[in-house]
Structures are given as C-alpha cells and as structure tokens.
Design a protein around this ligand. Structure first.
Ligand SMILES: [Zn+2]
Length: 455
C-alpha cells in the first residue's frame, strides 16, 4: 500500500521524535529567487540544496523564480533550473505539493539572492560565509568565486533551519547574521579563494549515514580529487530520507523497488569511489592504509576500531540530539583521540579480533543516536567538507582547535572551538616511532611532527 499517509508516517517518525512532538503539523514553505541566483553557480546550489532540505519536512510550497540553464551538476538530473528544482522535490517526496501557486496556510518565504521576490528571510553566499537576514543581502564586492559554493551550502542550511522552526511553529530563535565556514564563527569571514583542485589522496569514508550523505552531496560540487572507499553495512530505510541529502524513497524500496546499500548510493555520487558493504573493522582488517579517514559512523565500536588502527589522520563530524553540529580533527599525537572523545561503556577488548561490533538498531525511536534533522546532517557534512578543503590548502596544521560546535537551537548562538588532548595515561595514538612505522608514506604525515621529524 503506497500512499501519502503511510509515506509521511514512516518517513517523519525521526523528525517527530527529534522535536518530541512539540510542533504542529508542518506548514508549507515558499522558495523564491531572482536572476542573480538563477544565473550563478552559488545561487543554483543554494536553491537546489534548500529545496532538497525543505522537501524532507515541509509537504509543499510555492516555487517562484526565473528559469536558466543549469551551471552545476544536479544529483538527481535536470538541464534547466525550474525543472531541476521540481524534479528534486518530487524525487524526495512523491506526495509533496510544490508548484507556482501559493498554498493555503503558507506564510513563510525563503528568498535566495538580492533580487528575489519579497521573502521572510533572504540568504546569499559570500565566499566561505553565508549571509542571512530579513532584508535582501548586498552583493559581495569580490564577484563570483569558487569559494561561494561553500557559502551557498551554508546559506541553504541556515535558511532551511529557519524554515523548519517556522513550519512546525517551534518557539526557537531564527538565525540572522553572517556565519563563516572559514573562521567557524559569526564574523562572516569570506576566507580565501579555493584552488582549482583540492587533492586529498586515499580517503576512507567510515559510515554512509546522514552526515556522510551530506558530505558526499557537497563534495560533488567542489574540486576534490581523491580515491574514496565508502564502508557501511546498512541498506537505506524510508526514515533515513527525512535528513540524508542523497537518499530517496526509491532507494528505500518505496513503490516496490529494491532497497539500495547506503555505501553504494554514496559511491555513485562520488568520482573514483569504491563501496564496501560491511563493517568498519572488516575493511580495516584488510591491512590497507588510508591518507585520511572520515569518521562518520554512528556506532562507538567503529570509532574504537578506527582509533586502534592508528589512523594517519582523522576528521569527523556529528549531529547531536540537542540541535548541535560538531566537527573534530584527529591529528595523531596532538588531538584527543576518538576513544577519549567518545568513551564506550562495556567496550569490546581491542585485542580480541573476534569481538562483534554492536550496531545501533536503526528502528529504535526517540533517543536513537542518529536521529537528526536535514539541515543538521547537511551542515555537519558541510563542516567536514570545509575541513577537507583546509587540509588540502595546508591550513590544518596551524589551526589550534580540535572540536568546533554550532548550536542550531537558537540561531547558532555563540560558536565554540577548543583544543583538547588525551588523558595523560591514554596510549591509543601509540609512540612516535610506531606512528612513523605505520604512517610514513601517507600524504598528511607532516601533520604529526613528533613522528615525521627525522630522528
Ligand atoms: Zn585518548
């Protein structure tokens, strides 16, 4: 039985659990744009990403703006902007009512760019930063730049967060101001231009859930060059599509199709990617070394296994049950390790290779560790993308902080960044000589000065 009632009931369980049933049923959200956004890469990315998130919670709205040929590669196809936006909304929610006509109950409008129709909130990119507010943002003086694609993604997350709160009638503050992925702060720092290519080497994406999905989505639009291995055990479920930017109901078997493996879906959107259907410890067992491991698995077991492999470099991002997004750096010997960050109770003994990894039951309700909202998963993935760009640009060695936190409950609040190292008795990074042995020859070995400096 494929109908809208069952679709929304199954898809939106996690969303309702996350807001603890406090909201009213979601109201429509309108999305409008002008020529500036329609004819620029950043504008198209903001429009496309905003509708991608809106269609995962709002069940319809007005889509109004000029048409233009697509300048960016949409994940779900389409050669022209209007068609691409409508195709994306329909693929995400086959029962949604997105059209040119206003819907009853619609009183909240998002506008992209300075020349959009009147809107409740407007947004635009400014390099690595996004500007969001109740008046049309002024055009950046520096003109179109590749880094605007990062700000465009952030703009979509911030606008969608404001829309989510309004759509469900939640009594939480909306974001207005300038947020920067370069400074991770509210200074609106546009940051430097992106290079033509961001070379990363061999990267293991450990986990293919919602944050990884957001990461792969944004990566598609940036000039990353890498070999990606993507590992996950799970197939897509309908309730994953409430927040994962690349998962569609058709991937979850809606309408009778075969359910897709998460690792395969993500691998399909990345260039030079190889999916591995299995657990993180199984791919680690093969003895391969990666230049970089992205820790986006939900279960604690995976983090423990990754740490015990003494990764050459780790980067991570998570969403919290408290409306936070966080990004983490794991520079060997310097940053607090994965196990000290996420202590596991009753953890399997590391030396026991036969220990089974407990994976969280994805059907758990409410306090499920991976319950989140679309703009949170998308923003966590985007924070990770920004850290990869910084890594490739040589900016990560000098950056002092280990963890950055954004609080989305009341319009970002005060972003925090701080450095942290392991407890003095923790030996999980191993000695410099051990790290030299296992990580010499990896691309980012210089980020571990203790191990990489000549004896
Ligand atoms: Zn530690």
């Amino acid at each position: 039985m494929w109908n809208s009632e069952r679709f929304y009931r199954e898809r939106d369980r996690r969303t309702e659990a996350y807001i603890r049933g406090k909201g009213r049923p979601p109201r429509p959200v309108d999305l409008v744009w002008g020529d500036e956004a329609a004819t620029s890469e950043w504008g198209q990315l903001s429009i496309l990403s905003t509708i991608n998130m809106l269609a995962r919670f709002s069940r319809g709205g007005r889509l109004q703006g000029p048409d233009a040929r697509m300048l960016i590669r949409s994940p779900f196809g389409g050669g022209w902007l209007r068609d691409t936006v409508e195709t994306t909304a329909r693929a995400i929610d086959p029962y949604g009512k997105w059209s040119l006509e206003p819907l009853t109950g619609s009183n909240f409008t998002l506008g992209i760019g300075q020349d959009s129709e009147p809107a409740t909130f407007y947004g635009r990119a400014d390099g690595w930063a996004a500007v969001v507010g109740p008046t049309p943002p002024t055009k950046s003086s520096s003109g179109p730049r590749r880094a605007d694609l990062l700000g465009a993604g952030l703009c979509a997350c911030l606008l969608s967060a404001n829309a989510f709160k309004a759509s469900f009638g939640l009594d939480q503050g909306a974001f207005t101001g300038r947020l920067s992925l370069w400074s991770s702060g509210l200074d609106g720092d546009p940051g430097p231009e992106l290079p033509i290519e961001l070379d990363l080497g061999r990267v293991l994406i450990a986990g293919a859930g919602a944050v990884a999905s957001g990461f792969a989505y944004w990566s598609r639009f940036l000039p990353f060059r890498a070999h990606w291995d993507v590992v996950d055990t799970d197939r897509v479920e309908l309730h994953n599509t409430n927040r994962s930017l690349l998962f569609l109901p058709s991937d979850a078997g809606w309408g009778g199709s075969e359910r897709a493996q998460k690792a395969a879906v993500l691998g399909g959107f990345l260039t030079d990617a190889r999916p591995f259907v299995g657990r993180v410890d199984q791919i680690l067992e093969g003895g391969q070394r990666w230049d970089l491991i992205l820790v986006v698995a939900n279960d604690y077991g995976a983090r423990t296994w990754i740490q015990s492999s003494k990764p050459a470099l780790g980067l991570a991002a998570t969403t919290g049950a408290d409306w936070t997004t966080q990004s983490f750096r794991y520079r060997p010997g310097r940053d607090r390790c994965l196990v000290c960050d996420f202590p596991e109770t009753g953890s399997p003994k590391l030396e026991c290779a036969t220990a089974t990894i407990r994976t969280p039951d994805v059907d758990d309700e409410g306090d499920s560790p991976d319950a989140a909202l679309p703009f949170l998963s998308a923003a966590a993935g985007l924070m990770l993308v920004a850290d990869l760009a910084k890594l490739s640009m040589g900016e990560l060695a000098a950056s002092p902080w280990h963890v950055a936190t954004w609080d989305w409950f009341r319009g970002i609040g005060r972003p925090t960044q701080f450095a942290q190292s392991c407890d003095s008795e923790c030996t999980r990074w191993g000695s410099p000589s051990v790290r030299r042995k296992v990580n010499r020859g990896t691309r980012w070995f210089d980020l571990d000065p203790e191990a990489s400096q000549p004896e």
